[in-house]
Ligand binder design. Structure first.
Ligand code: C2O
Ligand code: CU
Length: 458
C-alpha cells in the first residue's frame, strides 16, 4: 500500500490527552550574567532529562537548560532588547554531536549553527555563539543536526527580542506549540514510519509550552499579547478561540505596518505569529482542521488550552497609531528570478524522498549571490501537500502572483507553500556565508529538501 493510501485510511491521532497541569507554564528565561546593560551573556547546556507527557509516566528526553537551572521543554527563553549584543556559551552534554541555529535572527554566518557554517559540537564540546539582536520579535533556537530527531526529543526554545513599538498590554505571553508521538509507556516513540516521513511526524499529544493541558487566567477588560511559534516536526496548527478574533500585529521578523484581524491563525512548522486578544468570556484555544494535503481526514477541533476570564484588570492605553516600520524591498521586471521546484517521490522507494530542483541535500549546487543583491524567489510546490519554506540569515517579503508587492507587508523567514501552488518572495541578500534554505517539515529537510545559498563578494 502506498503512503498516500495509508494516510487516508489511518486516522491521524490528535487527542490532547494526559497532563494534569492546571496553570499556564511560561518558559523560564536564561539568566544574563553580564552587567553591561547592552550585552546579554548566557550559559546554555543541552543534556538528557525526563519530561512527563502522559501523567505519571515520565519520558526520556533531550533538554536545554541554563547552566544554573533545570532542564525544561521548551528550553529556557533567550531574552534581549533590540540592539543588544548576545553571547551564548553553549555546552553539549548529549551523547550525539549537535549545533544551535537561531531561527529568524540575522546572525553572522559563523553563528548560524549549521554544519556548513561551523564545525559540529561533539559530545562534551563547547561553542560560543555571538550575534546582535537586530530585530524585535519572536524567534526560536534549535539544533541543526538530525533536526527531525533532536528537536522532536525536546531541544527547542523561544527567543524574545523586545523594543521598538510596544502596544500597552496586560500580559505579553509566549506560546510554543508542539506535538509528540508518545507510546503507551509514556516514552517518545522511536519508530519513524513512512507516514511520519511523508507528513512530518505528527504526535498523539499536543503541547502548549510543553504541557498537554493548561489553563490561562486573563484579567477581564484587558488586552493581551500572545506570541506563537510552531516548533513541531510536521504538524500544522490552525488556531481559533471561539467567540474571539485575533488581531495580528506581527509575523516572523517583527511588527507589521498594518495589523489585521483573523478568526483562525494558520501556523506552519517554523512560523511565528504575534497577536493581540481581548478575552470577553471563558473560552478555549483550539487547533482546528486545515487541509494540508494528501487527503488527511478531518477529526474535528482539539482543545489546546482553557482560557479563563478572571477579575477586572487595569484600563489599557489606546493602541499605537504607528506599528512596524518595514521598508519595501524594491522589485521590478528586471529583478533576477530564481525558481525552486519542490518534489516528493515514493514510487518504487522504501521510503519517500524529497528534493529541490531535482537535487537532494547534501548533493546540491549552491545558489550564488552577492551581499545586498535583490532577487525574487519562486517556490513552486509540485506536490500534493503543503511545505513550509525557510531561508536562513535573512528575511523576505511575500509578493503577489505577478511578482509584485502585496498590500500586506511584513517580514517572513518561513512561508507556507500550499500544495500545487507557487509562492514568490523578494529577498535582499545578507552577509557573506553559506546559508541553508529548506522545508521546515524536519523529516523532509533531513531527507533531501534542503539547499544552500552561497553569498560572497565578487
Ligand atoms: Cu528552524 Cu534551518 O531551521
Ligand atoms: Cu516539506
Amino acid at each position: 500500500m502506498n503512503t498516500v493510501t495509508r494516510i487516508v485510511l489511518l486516522s491521524v491521532a490528535s487527542a490532547a490527552c494526559g497532563g494534569e497541569g492546571s496553570d499556564d507554564a511560561e518558559p523560564s528565561v536564561l539568566v544574563d550574567t553580564n552587567s553591561d546593560p547592552n550585552i546579554v551573556e548566557v550559559h546554555l547546556v543541552a543534556e538528557l532529562g525526563t519530561s512527563e507527557f502522559l501523567p505519571g509516566k515520565p519520558a526520556e528526553v533531550w533538554m536545554f537548560r541554563d547552566v544554573a537551572g533545570n532542564g525544561s521543554i521548551p528550553g529556557p527563553m533567550l531574552e534581549a532588547n533590540l540592539g543588544d549584543h548576545v553571547i551564548v556559551h553553549f555546552e553539549n552534554r548529549l551523547p550525539d554531536a549537535t549545533t544551535i541555529h537561531w531561527h529568524g535572527i540575522r546572525v553572522p554566518n559563523a553563528a548560524d549553527g549549521t554544519p556548513v557554517a561551523q564545525v559540529m559540537i561533539e559530545p562534551g564540546g563547547t561553542y560560543d555563539y555571538e550575534f546582535d539582536a537586530n530585530d524585535a520579535g519572536l524567534f526560536w533556537y534549535h539544533p541543526h543536526v538530525n533536526g527531525d530527531v533532536q528537536i522532536e526529543r525536546g531541544l527547542y526554545a523561544p527567543i524574545r527580542i523586545r523594543g521598538g513599538v510596544e502596544p500597552d498590554v496586560a500580559a505579553d505571553r509566549v506560546f510554543v506549540l508542539d506535538d509528540v508521538k508518545v507510546e503507551s509507556t509514556g516514552q517518545l516513540s522511536t519508530v519513524t514510519d513512512n507516514l511520519d516521513i511523508m507528513l512530518g511526524r505528527q504526535g498523539n499529544v499536543l503541547l502548549v509550552n510543553g504541557r498537554a493541558s493548561s489553563t490561562l487566567d486573563v484579567a477581564a477588560g484587558t488586552r493581551e499579547r500572545w506570541r506563537f511559534v510552531n516548533s513541531a516536526n510536521g504538524r500544522y496548527f490552525n488556531l481559533d478561540l471561539p467567540g474571539h478574533i485575533f488581531r495580528v500585529i506581527g509575523w516572523d521578523g517583527g511588527l507589521l505596518p498594518t495589523p489585521y484581524e483573523a478568526e483562525t491563525l494558520l501556523i506552519a512548522p517554523g512560523e511565528r505569529y504575534d497577536v493581540l486578544v481581548e478575552v470577553a468570556r471563558d473560552t478555549t484555544l483550539r487547533n482546528t482542521y486545515y487541509d494540508r494535503g494528501h487527503n488527511i481526514p478531518n477529526n474535528g477541533p482539539v482543545d489546546l488550552m482553557a482560557v479563563h476570564l478572571g477579575a477586572a484588570g487595569r484600563a489599557m492605553a489606546p493602541l499605537p497609531d504607528q506599528w512596524g516600520d518595514v521598508a519595501l524591498i524594491p522589485v521590478n521586471a528586471s529583478t533576477p528570478r530564481k525558481r525552486f521546484e519542490l518534489r516528493e517521490e515514493e514510487v518504487g522507494l522504501t521510503e519517500p524522498q524529497f528534493s529541490i530542483n531535482n537535487e537532494r541535500y547534501p548533493n546540491v549546487t549552491p545558489i550564488p549571490g552577492r551581499p545586498g543583491d535583490v532577487a525574487v524567489w519562486e517556490i513552486v510546490n509540485m506536490t500534493e501537500m503543503d511545505h513550509p519554506f525557510h531561508l536562513h540569515g535573512m528575511s523576505f517579503q511575500i509578493l503577489d502572483d505577478a511578482g509584485l508587492a502585496v498590500p500586506r507587508l511584513g517580514w517572513k523567514d518561513t512561508v507556507n507553500v500550499p500544495q500545487m501552488k507557487t509562492v514568490r518572495f523578494a529577498v535582499k541578500y545578507g552577509p557573506d556565508g553559506r546559508w541553508m534554505y529548506h522545508c521546515h517539515i524536519l523529516e523532509h529537510a533531513e531527507r533531501g529538501m534542503m539547499g544552500e545559498l552561497a553569498i560572497a563578494r565578487p
